[in-house]
Design a protein around this ligand. Structure first.
Ligand SMILES: NC(=O)c1ccc[n+]([C@@H]2O[C@H](COP(=O)([O-])OP(=O)(O)OC[C@H]3O[C@@H](n4cnc5c(N)ncnc54)[C@H](OP(=O)(O)O)[C@@H]3O)[C@@H](O)[C@H]2O)c1
Length: 321
């Protein structure tokens, strides 16, 4: 079968599609014929050996994927032919993948394989961040940066599904259009975002910041929070890990909350499925409808990862088998 292989930690250029033996499922595994594979920032970091998880070389890339069940354990709730989305720390990038039943989710009939491959990690992360960590309530205002990216668009849609008003922060007008299309009520440009947010909220500030970028701008994001506001630390695509002067938290009654979805969710049996079941009504209502960026054949995965590295990605990138 074809498999997306990382043989050296040299970034996207060292990723190739090669032949690999078919997997043998364990007693609690579902065997999935993969049709679409999501491409995410953690995939990119893994190609460089910069992710917290560092598999031994060579390894099979791939966090999010969707396809058809070939076989499933009795009592798993899945059977041959079901359409499913799945998530793994890595290893989902092949024509056939064996995955533990706790990491397999039923795809609603209206959802394509491409959209299914865009859903698990980003939307479950957004649901964990906004629900479990931030306790977003209807009527809250949520500010999302990197708002045209994978986690950004997912956060916009899940926040909208929770009844929030959502403002996206983006670096270009082209990305603003993507964030708006995803469901953001308003967008502001990275340049001057703090003043723009102040104006949009009548000086009150926002309830929650979803921060996937990190870096020096974090202090200005903290300044965007109103009283009892929460900044969610999700990623550092800007390249550097910021530091917080905690007197700022005391003076303004605000929180900085870490969001490590995989580390929490993947070791708690049933947690991800309960999250998925909370997302399904949002999928069915149309609030969650992943905006796909590039959809390309799997043989072009190197170019897709290189675009992400160059900050060119719009929406969620997917490759298909
Ligand atoms: N904590 C968790 O549980 C968890 C789970 C999943 C993912 N993540 C993390 O979330 C982050 C976002 O992932 P993603 O899949 O949404 O990535 P993505 O689709 O590439 O989007 C990232 C966004 O970051 C912004 N950005 C700012 N500076 C950048 C730079 N120098 N290079 C590239 N992008 C830059 C870009 O938006 P603008 O150009 O508009 O600024 C871009 O759209 C990553 O750090 C990932 O590891 C965390």
């Amino acid at each position: 079968m074809r498999s997306v292989q990382v043989t050296a930690l040299d970034g996207p250029a060292a990723v190739s599609v090669a032949d690999a033996p078919e997997p043998t499922p364990g007693p609690e595994d579902v065997l999935v014929e993969v049709r679409a594979l999501g491409v995410s920032w953690p995939d990119l970091l893994q190609t460089k050996g910069e992710y917290q998880l560092k598999p031994a070389l060579p390894f099979q890339l791939g966090v999010d994927f969707a396809g058809t069940v070939r076989s499933a354990p009795e009592g798993s709730g899945f059977s041959s032919g079901d359409h499913v989305a799945c998530v793994l720390p890595y290893g989902g990038g092949a024509e056939l993948v064996a995955v533990h039943q706790d990491s397999v989710f039923p795809l609603p009939s209206s959802t394509s394989f491409e959209q299914g491959a865009a859903l698990p990690m980003n939307y479950l992360t957004a649901e964990f961040a906004l629900g479990t960590r931030a306790g977003v309530q209807p009527g809250d205002t949520v500010l999302v940066n990197g708002a045209a990216g994978g986690v950004g668009t997912a956060s916009i849609q899940v926040a909208k599904g929770m009844g929030a008003r959502v403002v996206g922060v983006v670096s270009t007008e082209e990305k603003a259009a993507v964030a708006k299309e995803a469901g953001a009520d308003e967008t502001v440009l990275v340049d001057g975002f703090r003043d723009a947010v102040k104006e949009l909220t009548g000086g009150k500030g926002v309830d929650v910041v979803v921060d996937v970028v990190g870096g020096d701008a974090m202090t200005d994001y903290l300044r965007c929070l109103g009283p009892l506001g929460r900044l969610l630390v999700i990623g550092f695509t800007g390249g550097s890990i910021p530091q917080v002067k905690v007197n700022r938290l005391l003076l303004n009654n605000i929180d900085v909350r870490g969001v490590g979805w995989g580390a929490y969710a993947m070791v708690r049996p049933g947690f991800m499925r309960a999250q998925w079941d909370r997302l399904v009504p949002m999928i069915e209502s149309g609030a969650v409808n992943p905006p796909l960026g590039s959809v390309r054949p799997v043989d072009e995965i190197t170019a897709v990862l290189a675009d992400m590295d160059a900050r060119k990605t719009l929406g969620k990138s997917v490759v298909v088998f």
